[in-house]
Design a protein around this ligand. Structure first.
Ligand code: NAP
Length: 290
C-alpha cells in the first residue's frame, strides 16, 4: 500500500488499540502513529503501557480485562478523552495455562479474549458510529478458532476436563462469531467489523509458560515465527484500506481473505444467541448506568 495514501487516510483519525503494550498491538500502535493517527495505547501493565505511549507520543490507558468494572471505567475514560474514534482494534488477549476464574466469576480465557472486548466494543459503539468517515472494529483472533467449540450453556467451561488450548480456541471462535454478528447488526450504519489471524508471532503470548517461552525464543523457534511487525500487517491493512465495505464481515488469515472453516462460525442463529447471552453476562442488559 502506498504510504502517502495511508498518511492522508489516518491524519485526524483516532485509533484505540488494546494490548498495545506488547507484541502485535505495540507494533501496530507504532505504525499507526507513524501514519499520523492519534493512538490510544491501551495496556494492562503500567510500565509497559507508559513506555510504548511515551515512545510514540501517545496517551497510555490502563485496563485489566479480568475485571468488567475496569472495562467500563476504561470506556468512560476513552469517551471522555476522544471525541472521535475511527478504529477500535480489539487486540489484547492471552493464554492461561491453568483454569482461572475472574473476579466476575467467568473463566479467565473467555473473559479476557472475548467477553471484555465484547463489552468494550458495545460501550464505544455509539461513538464509533459517529465517526465522520466511517468506523472499523478489528478483532485479533487466531486460526485455531477452527478447533473451537462453543456451548452457550457452558461458556465458562465448568463441565468436563478443562483444556487451556480448547478454552483459547473457543474464545477466539466466539470472537469470530461476534465479528460477523456485529457486521450484520451494524449493516447500513457507519461501522464495519473484521477479524484476522496474525500468524505465529514472536511475542510475549507464552509469558505464563516458561518452557514454551524458552522454546519460542530459541534460534529454531525464532525461524518459525513472524515478527510482531509482520503480525500487525493485516491490522494495518484492515484499518487503512480505502473502502471499508470491502472488509466488512471479513476474516483475514494473515494477508489474505479466507473462508471460515468452523460450522459454528457460519451459523447466524448461534451468533444472535451468543450476542444476547454475552450482553447478559457483560451486564449490558441491566439497568442503564447512571
Ligand atoms: N503471538 C501469536 O502467535 C498469536 C497468534 C494468534 C493470535 N494471537 C493474538 O494476538 C493478540 C496479541 O497477542 P501478542 O501475540 O502480541 O501477545 P503479547 O505480546 O502477550 O500481547 C498481549 C497483549 O494483551 C494484553 N493483555 C493480556 N492480558 C490482559 C488483560 N487481562 N487485560 C488487559 N490487557 C491484557 C497485554 O498487556 P500487558 O503486556 O500490559 O500485560 C499485551 O499488551 C492476542 O489476542 C493473541 O491471542 C497471537
Amino acid at each position: 500500500m502506498n504510504n502517502d495514501l495511508e498518511m492522508r487516510h489516518l491524519t485526524d483519525h483516532t485509533l484505540v488499540v488494546t494490548g498495545a503494550s506488547s507484541g502485535i498491538g505495540a507494533a501496530a500502535a507504532r505504525r499507526f502513529r507513524q501514519l499520523g493517527a492519534t493512538v490510544a495505547v491501551v495496556g494492562r501493565s503500567p510500565g509497559r503501557t507508559a513506555a510504548v505511549a511515551a515512545e510514540i507520543g501517545a496517551d497510555p490507558h490502563l485496563v485489566d480485562f479480568s475485571r468488567l468494572d475496569d472495562v467500563r471505567r476504561l470506556a468512560d475514560e476513552l469517551l471522555a478523552r476522544y471525541p472521535r474514534i475511527d478504529v477500535l482494534a480489539n487486540n489484547a488477549g492471552g493464554l492461561f495455562f491453568s483454569r482461572k476464574t475472574t473476579p466476575d466469576g467467568h473463566e479467565m480465557t473467555f473473559q479476557v479474549n472475548y467477553l471484555a472486548p465484547f463489552l468494550l466494543t458495545n460501550l464505544l459503539l455509539d461513538r464509533l458510529a459517529e465517526a465522520p468517515q466511517g468506523a472499523r472494529v478489528i478483532n485479533t483472533v487466531s486460526a485455531f478458532y477452527r478447533k473451537g467449540r462453543l456451548d452457550l450453556d457452558d461458556l465458562d467451561r465448568t463441565r468436563g476436563r478443562y483444556s487451556t488450548m480448547q478454552a483459547y480456541y473457543s474464545a477466539k471462535l466466539a470472537t469470530v462469531i461476534f465479528t460477523l454478528e456485529l457486521s450484520r447488526r451494524m449493516h447500513g450504519s457507519n461501522v464495519v467489523a473484521s477479524a484476522f489471524h496474525p500468524g505465529i508471532v514472536a511475542s510475549d503470548i507464552y509469558r505464563d509458560k516458561a518452557i514454551i517461552r524458552i522454546l519460542a525464543a530459541s534460534p529454531l523457534g525464532k525461524i518459525m515465527q513472524s515478527t510482531p511487525e509482520q503480525g500487525a500487517e493485516p491490522l494495518l491493512y484492515l484499518a487503512t484500506t480505502p473502502d471499508p465495505a470491502t472488509v466488512d464481515g471479513a476474516f483475514f488469515h494473515r494477508s489474505s481473505r479466507a473462508e471460515l472453516e468452523n460450522a459454528q462460525a457460519g451459523d447466524p442463529d448461534l451468533a444472535a444467541r451468543l450476542y444476547q447471552r454475552s450482553a447478559e453476562l457483560a451486564g449490558l442488559l441491566s439497568a442503564s448506568r447512571e
